[in-house]
Design a protein around this ligand. Sequence first.
Ligand SMILES: C[S@@+](CC[C@H](N)C(=O)[O-])C[C@H]1O[C@@H](n2cnc3c(N)ncnc32)[C@H](O)[C@@H]1O
Length: 424
Amino acid sequence: MPEPRTTRPKKSASRKSSKTPAEPAPPPPQRQRRSLTQRGGAITVRGDQALSAILSKALTASSQEPLDDLTHGFHTYPARMHPEIASVLVAELSQPGESVLDPFVGSGTVLIEALAQGRRGVGVDLNPLALRIAHVRCQLRDRAARSRFLRTLSAVATASEDSVRSRAVVKVPVERSERAFYDPHVLLELSGLWGEIGHVTEPLDRNALEVVFSSLLVKFSRQRGDTTEELIDKRIRKGLVTEFFERKGQELAQRWEALYESAPRDATAVKLVAGDARRLADLAPKGYSADLVLTSPPYGGTYDYLSHHARRYAWLSLNDEPLRTHEIGARRNMSQVTGALGRWDRELSSALLAMASVLAKHGQVVLWMGDADIGGTRVAADEQVERLAAKVGLRVLAAAAQARPDFRRPEPRREHLLLLGHSR
Ligand SMILES: C[S@@+](CC[C@H](N)C(=O)[O-])C[C@H]1O[C@@H](n2cnc3c(N)ncnc32)[C@H](O)[C@@H]1O
């Protein structure tokens, strides 16, 4: 059994403290949280005592008011990992300078923590939108780069407002079927902004503005939310889209500042790789090994990233082929029990095998997973992982679970933190 690493690593010098070397460093900004009275049920743990105590600590932290500091809260993402879970587990299970891998990186929660805590973060995802969001969230931008971004943001908003007000002909860059999701004046404002963003020549700023734009799309469409196709009437006054665009951009710049100030001076930029998490050995550079794999694979039969991101794919002209063909656990493939149970087993098993193939000898894998929902049948994620891990040379060393509200059903769903190591 790998040696449990339970001590919290010391933080390396942050940028803030580097500015006044002669004076005592100011205390780091407190990441304060309030307890929520009803976020989940009782936590149950099993396995190695020290390791399950760490998992329980992470679950307890995530039952409190969300820690949406740094760049965490920027841009919604279905089934985003609780930042508290990432924060506690990166701190407790890895050391500064070690490599932390998230093969289902999504919007980058784990990598933000890896960056802020001085680890070398690597993220993989099939979804080009996920990689765009994670890339923007994980940028270490100094004051000059943030100011340049803010000037560009303001110029884009003003130019778009002017062209919409003067009733200049604004090209609507999406198909007719997509236009139906927006009120005409909203569509006009969005198209004006999109056109102006297209004129930005600095690639990092243009990419960041596109992601700011993406963060508005579902909010200002007729779609009720990211994970539902239900359409509702939203009363959106003229000018609000542009105002919101500017506000979100300003919020992003503030969040970048918080991340920049928290990260150690010698922080290594994160690496993001487009690809299938079941092929990690092919995607990783030769000789790469992960000290910690911390990840949240899709919850079987629950989400459908292809449809959740349809609005954004259309505007950003993203290629949906990788998700359409290789997304694992997708709800669209798991509505019937027959065949789907075996399919979900095979998909998860290949992902575990791939994690084992790049895991350092002493390394640990931590999965954050909810029970699957296959054709209306709940599949306990802890039992499934335990069974599959044994076949790929891994072993569950500790586990913690908690029942939490399920957005699709009235009864709660159990969510698990499962810690695995190589079996010997
Ligand atoms: C639960 S989400 C991860 C959320 C992430 N932890 C965060 O905080 O934003 C699961 C992710 O798995 C990705 N995914 C699904 N199938 C994949 C595959 N075969 N290879 C890589 N990524 C995949 C989805 O695009 C999605 O981003």
